[in-house]
Design a protein around this ligand. Sequence first.
Ligand code: GLN
Ligand code: ZN
Length: 731
Amino acid sequence: MLKTYVTGFPRIGEKRELKFALEAYWAGKSDLNALKEVAKELRARHFSYQKAHGIDVISCNDFSYYDLMLDTITLLGAIPERFVGIEDATTRYFAMARGDESRSAMEMTKWFNTNYHYIVPELHAQTRFSVDTSKIIEEFNEAKALGITPKINLIGPITFLALSKTIDNTDAFVLFDALLEAYASVLKSIELLGEGIIVQFDEPLFAKSLEPKFYTLLKIAYEKLGRVSPNLNIAVVSYFDKANEAVEVLGKCPIWGIGLDFVYGEENLEALLHVNDKVLIAGLIDGRNVWKNNTSKSYALLEKITSVIGEERLILSTSCSLLHVPYSTTFEQKLPLHVKEKLSFALEKLAELQTLQTLWASKEKPTQNVALEKPTIQAHTNHFAKRSPYGIRALIQEKALNLPLFPTTTIGSFPQTKETRTLRLAYKKGEMTQESYENALKELIKECVAFQEKIGLDVLVHGEFERNDMVEYFGELLEGFAFSENGWVQSYGSRCVKPPLLHGNVKRRKPLSVEWSVYAQSLTDKPMKGMLTGPVTILNWSFVRNDIPKSEVAYEVASAIAEEVDELQRHDIKIIQVDEAAFKEGYPLRNEKIKAYEKWAVESFKASVCSAWDQTQIHTHMCYSNFNDIIETIEAMDADVITIETSRSGNKLLKVFQKAHYKAQIGPGVYDIHSPRVPSVEEMSEQIKAFLEVLPKEQLWINPDCGLKTRGWSETKAALANMIQAVKRFR
Ligand code: GLN
Ligand code: ZN
């Protein structure tokens, strides 16, 4: 029988036990022992789950109190100076993750193209490593006590350095040799734990398009690490895309195994010959989406793989760590059966590995696929009249809107106070009638509009008080989405998200936002901006069905939004913003796949606003702040106004637009909404002045960097008032 292997297991707990234990500990409501108890219990439970499902290779050191990159920083002793003075290891660990009264937290950023965030190592030329393997040994022994000899998961040295930042402008790779020494001593310490232990080095970096130097480094690293101990079995795994070039290198290194993702990198098939004499850990069960495995597809892949790789050298695995999926569908009591039937979370994926194993052993080709919903009927948007080119639209809109120079606006949301959240929750729980809920929302909108009028904003918003989340809100109203009760996935630290399940054909059965926008417009003579979320962002923040191409799903979502745009304009909403906050996040790791992504992303965005009349002004918003590589794509989206995050980069970002001769209007953020600090009139004037050095005044809008929902009212009022004062100086 082929062996089964799990790259990594989620750790937050099926009832988010770790989250609650952490938060209680941080709040001083429980002590460290209580936290450790919970953690230990979770680890034991997760080992046992995998054992019970007959998994042959189970990981340890995939647990973390916060993040595995942070654990690696601790393992290597690469503690940034400002934390070194903290004696107590636990206090120091959480201070690095979250900051304390006198120290800022370490930076956090997205783990490749997932929605998981890791802590970014802070290195400099003088960083000295000193290894502490106590966490690894503890987890290893816990598994042992349960009768499991676990593999040990480590983040590989090259991925670690490539994801690090340096605080002295040196190249992190000046530390390469020292880091390899440190990893070698980690292996020396692991060697003492027993014979033949598998050590898994995660090197997802190699799923990206890389410069040749990285492959040289890869060779150096695993030539060295592979030779540290003949008693260890070193596996190097890469995931999220193909890693063909790395296979060519690794196949010649003195290591035991190579792990590849055949779900998101089927092209790995082309690299099989280069696996040479290594064991192939074949990632066949999707580790980052939630749909049942397509057994015939896996079987067919296995046939191809075994035509090159002997079965004695083959192991069945998940495509990546199961960290990116929820625990189990058994907790779902409310999902419609036809959706629940299609789902496979972490525990179900363990069973799928087993199924594949027995199926292959029986040499019985699966006849029937898991029943998936019929493919979509192509959505129709072509009955809408074509929009004129930007130049023509701009003239028509200028007349229709009659806005002053430097029009001022906000990005959409206004502070979401505790009362607002309580209100939504009460309604959701049925503790409130629809009528009283709607009246309460209208009160909030009324106050918000009155405030915006009072301080003199030009284009107003309703404030988004009815929205808990910019994707969930629309998902709940559209057909084709479902929401799990317990489908939590760790986003960072103790934070989890519950992505919508985009399982079926998407349809708009009723208006999504019209009521609120129309009500808000009725309160003012100023233009009220309609607020929608774009198709690309909706897809990037959901679990999307995988039985049809993503581009088709995106187009369906786009059609639904286009209908909403049309209905808004028919109700006299003259400006409509379609947010694409997650546009950049969806970019593929491989350069050669970018074109295809950009094509469907741009096309679906355009489809989502194709219903707009020439006089309807279409805005979009992106939080991302490095447009260098994507400026042509932004142009192709053909929005009338784009608002972007710039406040922390002065006018640098705008130069990209200038260089590209970008024609449409731009609202670069004049202040950072991530902090409660209120920037002065002076400061914002400086910022506007800097913008004007780059772009003509006719092209500029003035607004904050992003939505204000995480801010309090007092700082919001003060900051926006200052923003308006600053603009007046320039008019
Ligand atoms: N309109 C949204 C808001 O203001 C945009 C949020 C975002 O860009 N992340 O909250
Ligand atoms: Zn934003």
